[in-house]
Design a protein. Sequence first.
Length: 56
Amino acid sequence: MKGREDYLFGMLGGSVLGIVPSINAARIFETIVLATIGAVISFFVTRLLRWCWKKR
């Protein structure tokens, strides 16, 4: 069983190290900004909908 885990971790580590050099810093920043905007919009839409439902 130990050999199988070593193989799995080796495969995952190799995959991650193979992907990391192709990641662009600008794309990471863009993803963070878009995720933040999406979270803020989601929060305010949820608050608006709760307010509308309580008003009924």
